[in-house]
Design a protein around this ligand. Structure first.
Ligand SMILES: CC(C)(COP(=O)(O)OP(=O)(O)OC[C@H]1O[C@@H](n2cnc3c(N)ncnc32)[C@H](O)[C@@H]1OP(=O)(O)O)[C@@H](O)C(=O)NCCC(=O)NCCS
Length: 179
């Protein structure tokens, strides 16, 4: 599929495609945010230099294949989180995922990042639908699509795309924004 731009911006944030040389800053952000990530992100435990490097390598491969487009979220000159578009919700759709460094939450950063990604997704040929999935217990995550005017489609059993994280209930809330 056609790739979105490597750089995006919205409000206070800029998004820049992750690069292989971001491993040190990525590792530091994950380690600083581990307590907040652990309930929802199964990969957050036992994070180390190798896992950061592997993730960035995977980002390059997925960008090339069109499976996912992952960006560092930047405020000023600091990387403050990660957000991306995932090609896993069927034809005509892309899914947004995000996490924000624990020192930077509560300032609208995930909302601005998701707004940039929503616009970028809907600008791609053949994409007319953007979705956000979050665990039913992850109320903070649910605020992002709600604030952006996504429609709440309802609850469904988790898709089981990865091993369950400790905070997950097994029920996802699905939100959708259409062109
Ligand atoms: C979810 C997350 C990305 C939000 O990032 P953020 O930059 O703080 O998001 P925003 O500031 O744009 O909005 C957060 C909203 O959640 C609300 N919030 C924060 N903690 C909350 C909680 N425990 N319960 C309910 N709402 C909460 C905030 O008040 C805000 O809503 P408001 O603007 O209506 O007041 C961040 O907390 C995070 O990285 N969490 C861990 C990873 C994760 O869960 N990722 C999403 C997986 S689906």
């Amino acid at each position: 599929m056609t790739s979105p731009p490597e750089r995006l911006s919205h409000g206070q944030v800029r998004l820049r495609r992750w690069r292989a040389d971001d491993a040190t800053v990525l590792l530091a952000a994950v380690i600083a945010s581990q307590e907040q990530l652990r309930p929802w992100m199964p990969w957050a435990d036992r994070y180390d230099e190798n896992r950061a490097a592997e993730y960035l390598h995977e980002c390059e491969a997925q960008w090339a294949s069109g499976n996912a487009f992952a960006y560092a979220i930047i405020v000023g000159d600091q990387i403050v989180g990660s957000a991306g578009l995932h090609n896993r919700v069927g034809d005509g759709g892309l899914e947004i995922g995000y996490w924000v460094h624990a020192d930077w939450t509560g300032r609208g950063i995930a909302t601005d990042a998701a707004a940039a990604l929503t616009d970028a997704a809907l600008a791609l040929p053949g994409i007319d639908r953007v979705e956000i999935y979050h665990d039913a217990a992850n109320a903070a995550s649910g605020r992002i699509p709600a604030k952006l005017g996504y429609a709440r489609l309802g609850d469904q059993p988790t898709r089981g795309l990865w091993p369950a994280a400790p905070g997950e209930t097994g029920t996802d809330v699905v939100w959708q924004f259409t062109r």
